[in-house]
Write a protein that binds this ligand. Structure first.
Ligand SMILES: Nc1nc2c(ncn2[C@@H]2O[C@H](COP(=O)(O)OP(=O)(O)OP(=O)(O)O)[C@@H](O)[C@H]2O)c(=O)[nH]1
Ligand SMILES: *[C@@H]1O[C@H](CO)[C@@H](O)[C@H](O)[C@H]1NC(C)=O
Ligand SMILES: *[C@@H]1O[C@H](CO)[C@@H](O)[C@H](O)[C@H]1NC(C)=O
Ligand SMILES: [Mg+2]
Length: 440
């Protein structure tokens, strides 16, 4: 009898305490009590350590299932990438091919960065990322160029960060400075005007030297002479995924001449007369260099259809639609730039002085050359390489690929250029060697 009444009191008070613990924090909305409530709730219900451990295992196994799907039956499923076989490819590490002496087979290629001493932290950031995601397995050389000598700290830290050999070079002044014999007063006037107009880098002479160097001279530097391929890198960029292959090998085996990841529209005010010069080049050299608009990507840079860009149109007053490959990421064949056709192209452009009187960028200059001088089949979009150079990113479309390549990026990120109307990628899919199914 006594026992039962004690029990009853105990049960009633426990229930009361529970109700109090739950109701009090809700009614008072107090943070401190919410914490208590949280703990109580967790201990009473499912959210305990065991629950989280189980959940974590579940997720791990879910991903294992995806990453190891190739061990099971070959499933037929659709993918948004160019590579319909994404799950059944070997792991990146397995892909490294050794020669008879156990040496990694490398292409005749280098990683290349034009940069300044004070950009060292950003340079190391980019190096760390590319080494980790790709080059640690291959040890390709790094070539650094600068318009002034690199300092000791720069040379030491970049050499320490690289897994391959490192070369540091100075650019000859005739490849960098405002060309001799031209009127410097008019240069000063045009820079001031563009500065006033608020153009990005409008008043910067060094930015123009840089664009002209990247357009017409980088491939002539003596340190790059011994290579066929280059991979351009800039400070403060990031690579989001393990490379599923050696991109240089892809370039070499399929004879690609130019590779990109991001494509967007240029600011027209920086290149008002560039297209005129291009038209002159085509007129003069069409026959000599066999420019054939049925084989090249002329349509990619001139088509102005907006139906695949959410109806957003970028206004351009010439036939050029302003699409360009973002040249801060480039993998290219140096011999294309060293070709007679390209050298003549640059020579004609340079004679117009538009690198200084306007602000022609190396991105549209390279893109237009590749689009008129190369066949469609010679340009590749590396859609498996996640990449960031702010303000844009790109992240592989395929979920499976992101898991498999350990990507650290979010396809839905609003900085992902591929899902923005200002991406030229849909035009590449249609007019380039892209997703053939879009053309149907
Ligand atoms: N040595 C040297 N390198 C330069 C100079 N100006 C730019 N660069 C390099 O050229 C590349 C492009 O320059 P950025 O300043 O990044 O130009 P951008 O990418 O158009 O513009 P951001 O949005 O500012 O990155 C980078 O690798 C720079 O380090 C310069 O005056 N001297
Ligand atoms: C133009 O020249 C003037 C005087 O020499 C100078 O103060 C100014 O900074 C120059 N402007 C630019 C944009 O270089
Ligand atoms: C690499 O390419 C350069 C430039 O085309 C060439 O001169 C050199 O002989 C090549 N090296 C090898 C090992 O093929
Ligand atoms: Mg940059």
């Amino acid at each position: 009898m006594k026992c039962t009444s004690y029990s009853l009191i105990f049960i009633v008070s426990t229930i009361f305490a529970l109700i109090w613990d739950i109701l009090y924090p809700i009614c008072t909305n107090s943070v401190y009590s919410n914490a208590n409530f949280d703990q109580l709730y967790k201990s009473l219900f499912i959210y305990n350590d065991e629950y989280f451990f189980e959940k974590s295992n579940e997720i791990k196994n879910k991903y294992l299932d995806i990453t190891q799907r190739s061990l099971y039956d070959r499933l037929k499923f659709s993918t948004n990438t160019y590579d319909a076989n994404v799950l059944y490819r070997d792991d990146p590490v397995d892909e490294i091919i050794l020669d008879d002496n156990g040496q990694i087979i490398k292409q005749n290629a280098t990683i290349f960065m034009l940069t300044r001493n004070w950009e060292l932290p950003g340079v190391l950031h980019s190096m760390r990322s590319l080494e980790d995601r790709f080059n640690k397995n291959y040890h390709y050389d790094w070539v650094f160029l600068n318009d002034v000598p690199f300092d000791t700290q720069f040379i030491e830290s970049t050499t320490a960060m690289a897994s391959g050999d490192v070369y540091h070079g100075v650019i000859p002044t005739e490849h960098w400075d405002y060309p001799e014999g031209n009127d410097k007063t008019s240069l000063n006037i045009s820079l001031s005007i563009m500065e006033e107009q608020g153009m990005v880098y409008g008043g910067s002479l060094s930015y123009r030297n840089m664009c002209r160097f990247n357009s017409g001279f980088f491939f002539r530097h003596e340190l790059l002479q011994k290579y066929d391929y280059y991979f351009r890198v800039e400070p403060d960029v990031e690579y989001f995924c393990d490379f599923p292959y050696d991109p240089f090998k892809v370039m070499h085996d399929k004879d690609y001449k130019y590779g990109f990841v991001i494509s967007t529209y240029e600011y027209e005010e920086t290149i008002p007369s560039l297209w005129e010069a291009v038209e002159e080049y085509i007129e003069v050299y069409q026959d000599e260099f066999g420019i054939d608009n049925n084989k090249n990507m002329y349509d990619f840079i001139t088509n102005k259809d907006t139906s695949r860009s959410w109806g957003v149109s970028v206004v351009s007053s010439s036939d050029y639609n302003l699409c360009h490959f973002w040249s801060n990421f480039e993998i290219g064949n140096l011999n294309f730039f060293r070709s007679e056709a390209y050298l003549k192209y640059f020579e004609l452009l340079d004679s117009k002085m538009g690198f200084y009187s306007e602000r022609w960028g190396d991105a549209p200059v390279h893109t237009i050359a590749a689009s008129i001088l190369l066949n469609k089949e010679e340009i590749i979009h590396f859609d498996e390489i996640g990449y960031q150079h702010l303000p844009f990113k790109t992240c592989p479309v395929s979920y499976y690929l992101r898991i498999k390549q350990k990507c650290q990026c979010d396809f839905d990120d609003k900085l992902n250029i591929d899902i923005q109307p200002n991406s030229c990628l849909p035009k590449y899919w249609i007019h380039g060697n892209g997703k053939t199914f879009v053309k149907e």
